[in-house]
Structure formats: structure tokens, C-alpha cells
Write a protein that binds this ligand. Structure first.
Ligand SMILES: [Zn+2]
Length: 112
């Protein structure tokens, strides 16, 4: 990232935005390269640096696809499934137990 134009904090040219600014507009860099950087001087430390992207090349934030949502739901279901009894516990199996509560504490379950 050598030879990038460097602007001071409030003097960035129009049409450029930081990743955070893009995000607040519902946009993302969309694979484009950084085109410039902003520097804000700080006391006793190096300047704070932010990278700038071109607004006209930014893309809308991708909404979650149904395929991705399905994969996520499947992953969550797997995390809720007890490896002992193979039932959906209805909650994520705690890693400390490694199984659902009825499997981990069968005695207590009988009393209850
Ligand atoms: Zn179980």
C-alpha cells in the first residue's frame, strides 16, 4: 500500500469514505482497493490512520442469502443436538458438559 495519497482528517475529498462511513450508508468496499488514507495526528503516538474507499465503487451490504441462512440454521441445530441421545436439546450443548442436561445429570432428572 505504498504511494497512497494521504489526507488529513477533515480534508478528505468528496466521493471517498472510510469503511465505517460506508457501513453507516449500508455499503461495503466491495473488493476495491484502498485509494487513499486519512491521518489524524495524536499526541505522543503515531497518527491514527483510516483507509478510504471510493463511494462510486462501493456495493450494498450483502443481505444474508437463504442458502447462507440455511447453513447457519443447520450449524446451530448441530450445536443443539446432544451427541449422547441425539435429541435437539433446544439450547446449545455446553462444551463443558458435552451433552444435554438430562444426559449429564440423569439422577437429578429422575428426582425432578
Ligand atoms: Zn442427551
Amino acid at each position: 500500500m505504498a504511494n497512497l495519497p494521504v489526507y488529513s482528517w477533515r480534508l478528505a475529498p468528496d466521493g471517498l469514505a472510510t469503511r465505517r462511513q460506508l457501513r453507516s450508508l449500508g455499503l461495503r468496499p466491495g473488493g476495491q482497493d484502498v485509494v487513499a488514507q486519512l491521518e489524524r495526528p495524536r499526541r505522543r503516538r503515531g497518527p491514527m490512520v483510516a483507509y478510504l474507499y471510493r463511494l462510486d465503487r462501493a456495493k450494498p451490504v450483502r443481505p444474508m442469502t437463504t442458502r447462507k441462512a440455511a447453513a447457519l440454521a443447520k450449524a446451530n441445530a448441530a450445536r443443539r443436538t446432544c451427541p449422547q441421545c441425539r435429541r435437539d436439546a433446544g439450547y446449545v450443548i455446553p462444551a463443558s458438559l458435552g451433552m444435554c442436561n438430562p444426559c449429564a445429570y440423569p439422577d437429578e432428572q429422575r428426582v425432578a
